[in-house]
Design a protein around this ligand. Sequence first.
Ligand SMILES: *Cc1c(COP(=O)(O)O)cnc(C)c1O
Length: 472
Amino acid sequence: MATNSKQELLKRLPAVDSVLRAAAVQPLLQQYGQVTVTRAVRALLDSWRRLILQDQWSGTDLEQALADMPEALAQEVEAAVRPSLHPVINATGVLIHTNLGRSLLAAAAAQQIAQVASSYSTLEVNVQTGERGSRYSHVVQLLCELTGAEDALVVNNNAAAVLLTLAALTAGKEVVVSRGQLVEIGGSFRIPEVMAQSGSRLVEVGTTNKTHLFDYEQAIGPDTAALLKVHTSNYRLVGFTQEVAGRDLAALAHEHGLLAIEDLGSGVLIDLQRYGLIYEPTVQESVAAGMDVVTFSGDKLLGGPQAGIIVGRKDCIAKLKKHPLTRAFRIDKLTLAGLEATLRLYLDEETAVREIPTLRMLTIPIEELEVRAQQLVAATVGEVGSVAQLNVVPSWGQVGGGSLPGYDINSVAVAVLPQTISPDELERRLRLGQPAVFTRIYRDQVLIDMRTVQPQELPAIRSALCRALLGR
Ligand SMILES: *Cc1c(COP(=O)(O)O)cnc(C)c1O
């Protein structure tokens, strides 16, 4: 395109003021205000100017853009005011999806957070005396009752819980760990490195696949402070393997006057086998086995907010509370409110399984998922049947978040085979849509897994599919 016509096109770009005076723009101005809309107009005009300067636009393109301006402007404004961290629909079938925020909170927990957030609270006050109280008091009794432990402490996340435990109880001393349990969690949390950070010295025993009680026993020396058991929560050791049971490890530790510490990772409070799922060690079992300190996450299988929970012997917890890292890892009041509400639901297991989304999704009968999938297909096929094949197919979900590795949960998905665009393009459009729908691709089809979809999200998924497939 000649420079001349480029100049001509640039001259036809409207002035910001005239756009702001247009009748179609007035509702936007009323809703979002002068500053936001003006900024959006400038951004839109700048993007057009760039296209013209790069010779990518003809006069017809500009005509079309001018005609569509109110709509484009509305989209620009909405994108500008939308929080960067916003809700999405998880149709991946991965329950504790680390990238999508791990656990959803129960309604009671979300409510409690909202209430505490916008008002003063009893965070650190003893209501009886009016004197200063402890922020941990709100969950200690619940945690003791639910796990059978003597005392408890909560911090920011489980990584902090492990580091604090080792720093406060074993710094300058040796900690014996099985080679099969020197795990890495999520890239930056590696047991050997956490051990070093805590000032403790790691003593590895056994082999990758087998560690015996005598391996631990032989490693105990004058500098040993503790025996540590780490739940290999994100990988599974199968075949010719041997791990020492918590009970035996704790007994050995106590025989030698040492501490027995366990990092449980997920930390489930109910027996998942009762719901036809695979065995996952419970916190109660670790406490009953004699572990002096047990740490676990608040937002994995527990289904609460991000937190690190430490339960154990009173004297151990007292030492942790005095350590300076406890202040650095301090749990925030909103998390605490959500955690307390979540733990309260566990006082009655039936309530917990019904109300806590992670547990509910984990235990939904397959027939129910099948009904949801059929409903989605029935509601969608009329509109998009000519551009995509929709089928209800068996699928498999995963717990995710480094819990129950390699364990697939039966699920049901709607498989979408687009005819006019590639599966990758459909996946991309769904992910970039409003609301965003995260799916997975399997054998050239886009799978919308029902295990992690909430029933009330079905209409939004239906519209998202129509938009993505029909381009509107
Ligand atoms: C997940 C996990 C952690 C880290 O917990 P966060 O709550 O993510 O900090 C530590 N140890 C084990 C065994 C885990 O599975």
